[in-house]
Each structure stands twice: as structure tokens, then as C-alpha cells.
Design a protein around this ligand. Structure first.
Ligand code: IVH
Length: 719
């Protein structure tokens, strides 16, 4: 801070901008010292003076208010850190349905899985889907002991003190409640509270908040629980985690118990049987939506009987017994100012429309995806026309943009009446705008059709691909390295300094060593870092030297390998070494290793090919080898039911089953730690054969694989 301050009125715009940048950094640094480390370097009076100066400049130059302005940060601490809490039961998400047809399919799938005819005998609950943030609140012996955010579903953040400030959430449960109770539900901010808060912010000349949900999240992630308390957050209970005892045997019964224990529950929840009634309730809630004082984005349906829920079980991330029926997306009109191309991790060139800012359902939208070359032209993925009079999207066009939930907004259509004669048709690039390599549309080997995606052929040469690869590598579901986000990756990637540069993943793990060895280029002297954050960063990196195998595989960024596939692979191969060895063996796309890969339920040929192709690329193998010098992927533990006689075994079901549907039998076997394969090979441990079994049974006999009938299997797994 200059000793002599220029009076705010005399600042030029340029000086003001520079000073605001300085103040943002300086105040953030002091916040961090004060809150994060209890080690302030300046007095309170000096700190206040910095804030006052910032406010005064912002008042004079409101157009210069920065996104990271100290006046608009939700709270005092820039990056509050909360201790992690591992959920005793994972916090799952819901599948989405968008149409009445989808709802019918969902309901039919429930009956089908349970082997029943859709005769309307199964009851479903239907209740609003609250647009807030989910929370798990644990009680032991009737006392609130902790509260955690959802986080990645497995581990959340400990926000107990903040949750205790929410008046609607009881700190104690009445006598008679089970010893261990975990109530789950949604923390939210009412629309009226949100509007009032924004009015206050505006009156103080501060930046307003975007929407109630983000504001609720920000209000909760406060190191100072007093700030949370001042925000008047609310709660609806609708689910549970661990329970030492079940006080009811239906969804409705459980929610009624929560209400009896003092939790707010949603008054619009109903129990219904027929698809027609369910859809009528959805419509009714949709009509009430504008008048509700909280944001909702759909209606959640759940199978009411808990014993049926248990039989239906879960897919990898969501229950089979529930779905979220989303309300239609929100739309608005605006103008396409220009079209840019973004190059993704796999080289895909995605056109992005830069729009005149417009509010869609309460959120300001400035960018929207245009998907691919054909989409701009008005052609769908199967070659069909997607716009009525076959028009394209041009720069300068007035368009309809749509935003649905958290999905990236998209440009839906053009308002042709408003097209002006100078609207500019868009020519899709033939070269990667980042590295200049050819950009091509691959031909699908099976169908002979052109792929809708245009890809840069530059591979590792392409900076965009390399950077995106790294961003994927450090992202939340991958290595999740705190303090190493997209912004920092850009910085390290661009650096020309050998002691700072990160161009491939292994270099993340050698950064500390290189820093220590370098007499110059100290990270802590670089703006935006500082001694404390550098230490934190190195600690966060070191923490990830041991990493769960599914995360490791996902982080490699193999095309088509998302989290679910990564989990399947980890489970199937157990260790990284076994996985890589098998993929090398499968290089010719034939033989046992190739068959085994294709036999993993849930992995199709396209995905299998992509994985093997990935390991055929010497550069990938080389980078992974360097990575393995730094990090150790942990072998997958056999899942929970390791005591079961089928854990780790491979089972094939064939023929008709009478006690279960095929899907239920499979889900149950997997729940006990077995792998369920689609075809019989030397690696099959058991074949469960029902009436009518044919070639698979023959093959099992031929290979000497143990064969059981359904009853023998049931006796075996419950032994
Ligand atoms: S049930 C196992 N019910 O939606 C299923 N979720 O998309 C547990 N949500 O993470 C969720 N209202 O944050 C359920 N009435 C409701 C809900 C609801 C909002 C949220 C919840 C969940 C997300 C899944």
C-alpha cells in the first residue's frame, strides 16, 4: 500500500483498477493469515483501513468491482477448510426423468425388476425436489453429534457448528428415538430471504448473489458460524443414512417420524399408485411452484415400501427405487455475438456461442454450447433435420437459449423473423484453433457414418488437450488436489521455468523437489501463492501419493472411461499392475485378455477398444510409468461382503430364473462382492442355470465350471 494515498476522487480508472487488484490480494492474504492460521500480520485498524479504501474505490468506480472483490466474498475467510467426514452410508444422487413417458418407463422398470406385472399395486411417494444442498445430520443417544455436506457422496465436509445455527433443525431428538439416527435432507434459503439479502447488498453498493442455492451453500461454508446464523437457512428432511433401528417400514412412515421428532418435512409429499395420479401430482406441484417460497426443480418419486427399496437396491450412483422428474428447462431470447471453439481433453472441438448476457431462470447466461458442426447447420446426431425450416445458426442471430439445472446452457433455435441480412453463417474450422493440427470427423467403423464430433489430431502436441488432460487429472473426482485447480494448472502449464513447469501429471509430484533444488523461481514469491498456500499445496499433493485405484484409472482420462467404468475396471482387475498387464495382452483385440475385458458387465466393445488403444500409445505408457514412480494406486478391497462365499468370484446366470428376475439376481450377487459376467470362460467360477439353459451351460460343462440351479445358488449365498 503506498504511504501517501491519492484521494479516491483523483484516481484515474487505470489507477483504481490496479489498486483494487492489489487490495483484493492483500485483504485475501490477511484473511487467510487471520482465519486460516490465527497469525495476523497487521492490526485490526490497518485491516479495516484496507477494507474501507476498497469500498470507497468501488463506490467511485462500480464498473471495476472485481469478481474476487473482498466486499462481495460471502464471508471473511477466502477458502474455508472443513474437516472431512466419511459418510457411514454413501449419499447418492438421483436419476433424472424428463417426460411422462420416462416416468412410465421408470415405474415399469420397478415392476420388471421385481418380476411383477405393472398392476398398480406398488405405491410411490411424490414430493418436490428442493434446489438446495443436501446434508446428513447424525444423532447419537438423541444428541446432534455432527453434520456433513454431501461432498463427493462418500466424503463430505464437517459443518456441524453451522448446522446447529439453523433453528429448524433440532439439536436433540425426543426420548424413544433410536440410538443412532442420521437424518438427511436439503438445506435451502427461501426466495424471500434471498431477495432481501440481495436488496441489502445492492443498497450497500455490493455485488448481489446469483441464486438462492449458491447463496445457501456459501452461507453454510462459513468458518464463522455467526454468519451462517444471520442467513436464516431452512431445512426439509426426506431421507436417512445409518439408523440403529428402523422406526417405520415405508418412506412415508419414515418422513412422518422425522416430522414427529421435530424436523420440517415437505407438505406436498403424497403417496400414489397409478402413473396417472403421479403425473397429476407433478402437474399440480408445477402449478404451485411460482407461489412456493423455495426453489424446486422437479418432483422426486420413491418406492414407498422399504423392503422393496432394499430389493431394488442401487446402481453405481443412484437408487433403482427413485427418480427425479425434472421441470422443463427455462428459456430466454438473446443474440449470438460470436462463436468460439473450445478444444477439450479428447481433442473435441466444441463451438460455444458468446451471447449478449441474458437472465435465464434467475441466472445470467453469457455462453451456450452449440454442440458440434452439424448442430449449427441444423442437423441432428443421426443426420435428421432438427429445425423446422432447416435453418442454421449464424453470428448476429437472435436465438433461444435454454438452461436446465446445472447443465451447460444451449442454443436451441433461431428466431428467423429477426434474422438480419448481415447475419454471418459460421464456417467450422478445418484446423485446431489451438495447435493448428488437422481437425477431422472420424468415421464410425460399424455404421460408416461420420462422427458428429470434430477432433484435433494433434494429441499431446496440442496444448489445449494437454492442459485439459491435466485439469481432468486434478479434478474433484480424479486426484482432487486441493489448491490445484484449473487456474493454477494454466499457470504451471504456461510457465517456461523448469522449476515451475507442469506439462504432464507426474510433474505435479516432482514440483516440490524441483522447487527445493532451484535457487530462483520460488513459488511463494509469485502473486497468488504465498508461503502458507505453497506449503498447503505441497501437503495436498503428498496426500494423494496413495490413491484409490478407481480414481487413478478415471484420472488417466481414457476416452469413454468415466467414473462408473473406472470402478468396474478397478473391481475386475484389483490392482493397477494387473489391469495394465491385461490391457497389453489384449493389444491384438483377441485372445483371453480381450475376451475378459469384454466380459465385464457394463463394458461394451467401443469402450473396450478405447481402453486397449490407450495402452497401445507408447507415450501414455511412458507417462504412466513416470507417474507410478510418484504415486501408488491402492489395490481395491474386496467390497464389504468379503465374508461371503462369492466375493471376488465370477458368476454367469443363464436360462430362466424363477425366484428373482435376472436383474435382481445380478444385483444381489454383485452386492455380495461377486462379478457377474455375460459369457462363460475359463475364469468363470459358477454358472447358475435355470430351465431352458443352452450353450452357456454346455460350455460350463465342457470347461468343468461348477454348475448350480437357483435353489442351490440361494442356499450357497445365504450359507
Ligand atoms: S432423495 C438416495 N428427495 O437431489 C436418494 N433428494 O439429484 C436420496 N434432493 O443429492 C435423495 N430434494 O440433494 C431426495 N425430496 C428429495 C430431494 C432430493 C432435493 C436433492 C438431493 C440429492 C439430489 C439428487
Amino acid at each position: 500500500m503506498p504511504a501517501e494515498q491519492t484521494p479516491v476522487e483523483n484516481l484515474t480508472e487505470e489507477q483504481a483498477a490496479a489498486e483494487l487488484a492489489y487490495l483484493a490480494a492483500e485483504i485475501a492474504r490477511n484473511d487467510e493469515l487471520y482465519h486460516g492460521h490465527d497469525a495476523p500480520q497487521i492490526s485490526d485498524a490497518e485491516y479495516d483501513a484496507l477494507k474501507r479504501r476498497n469500498d470507497a474505490i468501488e463506490k467511485q468506480f462500480p464498473q471495476l468491482i472485481r469478481a474476487d472483490s473482498p466486499s462481495i466474498r460471502v464471508g471473511a475467510a477466502p477458502l474455508p477448510t472443513f474437516a472431512p467426514i466419511t459418510h457411514s452410508r454413501p449419499m447418492l444422487s438421483l436419476d433424472n426423468t424428463f417426460s411422462n413417458e420416462d416416468v412410465r418407463d421408470f415405474i415399469n422398470s420397478v415392476y420388471r425388476f421385481l418380476g411383477q406385472l405393472p398392476d398398480g399395486s406398488i405405491a410411490f411417494t411424490a414430493e418436490p425436489k428442493i434446489d438446495g444442498l443436501s446434508m446428513s445430520i447424525r444423532y447419537e443417544q438423541g444428541r446432534l453429534v455432527n453434520a456433513a455436506t454431501r461432498g463427493d457422496g462418500t466424503t463430505g465436509e464437517n459443518v456441524t457448528e453451522n448446522i446447529k445455527t439453523i433453528k429448524e433443525i433440532p439439536n436433540r431428538l425426543p426420548a424413544g428415538a433410536p440410538d443412532v439416527v442420521e437424518v438427511r435432507g436439503e438445506v435451502y434459503m427461501t426466495k424471500s430471504e434471498f431477495l432481501a439479502l440481495n436488496e441489502k447488498m445492492a443498497a450497500e453498493g455490493k455485488q448481489t448473489y446469483v441464486n438462492p442455492r449458491n447463496t445457501a451453500a456459501g452461507s453454510l461454508r462459513q468458518l464463522d458460524a455467526k454468519v451462517t446464523a444471520s442467513r436464516n437457512l431452512k431445512f426439509f428432511a426426506y431421507a436417512w443414512g445409518e439408523m440403529s433401528e428402523m422406526p417405520a417400514d415405508t418412506q412415508m412412515g419414515m418422513v412422518e417420524k422425522f416430522r414427529d421428532w421435530g424436523f420440517p418435512v415437505n407438505p406436498l409429499m403424497k403417496r400414489l399408485n397409478s402413473v396417472e395420479d403421479i403425473i397429476a401430482h407433478y402437474t399440480d406441484i408445477g402449478l404451485k411452484r411460482p407461489d412456493l417460497d423455495y426453489e424446486i426443480d422437479g418432483v422426486v418419486y420413491k418406492v414407498d415400501r422399504l423392503d422393496l427399496q432394499a430389493r431394488l437396491g442401487f446402481r453405481s450412483r443412484s437408487p433403482r427405487w427413485a427418480t427425479a422428474h425434472k421441470f422443463p428447462a427455462e428459456q430466454a431470447f438473446t443474440k449470438v455475438e460470436k462463436i468460439d471453439i473450445q478444444v477439450g481433453r479428447t481433442g473435441a472441438l466444441t463451438p460455444v456461442a458468446r451471447l449478449t448476457p441474458v437472465t435465464v431462470g434467475g441466472v445470467v447466461v453469457t455462453n451456450a454450447t452449440l454442440h458440434n458442426e452439424d448442430y449449427i447447420k441444423g442437423i441432428g446426431n443421426s443426420g435428421e433435420r432438427i429445425r423446422e425450416d432447416e435453418h442454421d445458426i449464424r453470428i448476429g442471430d437472435t436465438v433461444i437459449v435454454q438452461r436446465a439445472g446445472d447443465v451447460i446452457p444451449q442454443v436451441l433455435d433461431v428466431v428467423m423473423e429477426k434474422r438480419s441480412s448481415d447475419a454471418l453463417p459460421y464456417e467450422f474450422p478445418k484446423k485446431c484453433p489451438v495447435c493448428g493440427s488437422h481437425a477431422v470427423r472420424e468415421r464410425n467403423e460399424k455404421t460408416g457414418k461420420l462422427d458428429s464430433v470434430t477432433r484435433c489430431t494433434g494429441g499431446f502436441v496440442c496444448r489445449a488437450q494437454a492442459v485439459e488432460h491435466l485439469k481432468h487429472f486434478v479434478a474433484r473426482n480424479s486426484f482432487d488436489i486441493e489448491g490445484l485447480g484449473a487456474k493454477q494448472i494454466d499457470f504451471f502449464f504456461e510457465s517456461e521455468d523448469p522449476a515451475l513447469q507442469i506439462r504432464t501429471a507426474p510433474e505435479i509430484f516432482t514440483l516440490k523437489k524441483r522447487q527445493e533444488a532451484s535457487p530462483f523461481a520460488k513459488l511463494e514469491n509469485i502473486e497468488g501463492f504465498g508461503k502458507v498456500s505453497v506449503k498447503k499445496l505441497f501437503d495436498a499433493i503428498d496426500e494423494r501419493r496413495n490413491i484409490a485405484l478407481p480414481r487413478f484409472i478415471y484420472a488417466l482420462g481414457i476416452r469413454h472411461v468415466g467414473e462408473t467404468t473406472a470402478k468396474l475396471l478397478a473391481r475386475a482387475y484389483g490392482t493397477y499392475e494387473a489391469f495394465e498387464a491385461a490391457m497389453r495382452e489384449a493389444q491384438s483385440f483377441s485372445g483371453d485378455a480381450w475376451d475378459d475385458l469384454n466380459n465385464i458387465e457394463g463394458i461394451g466393445e467401443v469402450v473396450a477398444r478405447a481402453i486397449v488403444e490407450f495402452f497401445k500409445e507408447p507415450r501414455n505408457v511412458e507417462v504412466i510409468a513416470r507417474l507410478l514412480e510418484e504415486v501408488t494406486p491402492q489395490a481395491v478391497e474386496q467390497i464389504a461382503a468379503s465374508g461371503s462365499p462369492v466375493a471376488g468370484k465370477t458368476v454367469v446366470f443363464t436360462g430362466a430364473l424363477e425366484k428373482f428376475t435376472r436383474d435382481e439376481a445380478k444385483a444381489r450377487a454383485e452386492g455380495l462382492g461377486a462379478k457377474v459376467a455375460g459369457s462363460v470362460s475359463k475364469k468363470t467360477d459358477f454358472v447358475v442355470a435355470g430351465p431352458g439353459a443352452g450353450s452357456k451351460l454346455d460350455k460350463a460343462r465342457e470347461l468343468g465350471v461348477q454348475v448350480m440351479d437357483e435353489d442351490e445358488w440361494l442356499a450357497f449365498i445365504s450359507a
